[in-house]
Design a protein around this ligand. Sequence first.
Ligand code: SAM
Length: 279
Amino acid sequence: MSDLPPLREVIRRHGLAAKKSLGQNFLLDLNLTGRIARAAGPLDGATVIEIGPGPGGLTRALLTEGARRVVAVERDERAIAALDEIAAHHSGRLVIVSGDALTFDAKPYLDGSPARIVANLPYNIATVLLVSWLTTEPWPPWYDRMVLMFQREVAERIVAAPGGKSYGRLSVLAGWRTEAKILFDVHPSNFVPPPKVTSSVIELIPRVAPPPCRGPMLERITAAAFGQRRKMLRQSLKSLGTDPLPLLEAAGIEPTARAEEIPVEGFVALARALEAAGE
Ligand code: SAM
């Protein structure tokens, strides 16, 4: 590892000036990337899916921390040559996928060893990717843990409990299928270029047996309920196109309740009622 060039030099040599359109904020501090990789550990024997490796700071750390294999998906073609240099140092352990994470299917890259998703996510597609991983089928999923960096405000929404402003659709989806917690914050000065806001690294561990319901139903219910979060559910759920009162009754929820008071199990019950109603 020590004979790989410093990341600043990699960025300069490969012309990797950060592009805002690709959500590029690079981590150059190897102590910090090591800390993120260790948060996902132990990595021995694991296949790590990394989204957006960029110049490869976190990728290097994942390999140093002992990942059996890292599959790194990067859309910026300028970064591929830089990643090739890392791959050359770690015979066969780094698989570089040049493409879009939004259409990437991890399954062909899995070989039965435990799989983990670790990433400093591009902020513009971070929640779309998270929702796709949370709603994947079958469950338990193909990964055994996710360690992901988000903007602090988004991380707070993911881990929020009922009753506050941060609690919403993301909290319900994450709480339904995983145990999620914030591990630590990362100050803007740790990135090149520095983003405007603080970031947080979060861990999501899949629940073995989440309360059964269909993900798309839960997404519909939460979109309707939190789309008009200040309204009572008997009103906000009308946007589902069906009478909300029988659904609320079947789920044992007061029609006058508001979305942010309802725990995850309540939304699951509503999703099941919606499905039973044939909607
Ligand atoms: N992992 C690097 C680090 O920590 O320094 C870079 C993180 S940067 C926040 C996000 C990375 O995701 C960039 O390298 C960017 O090019 C890449 N990216 C953006 N959109 C992408 C997409 N749709 N698919 C794959 N990678 C993408």
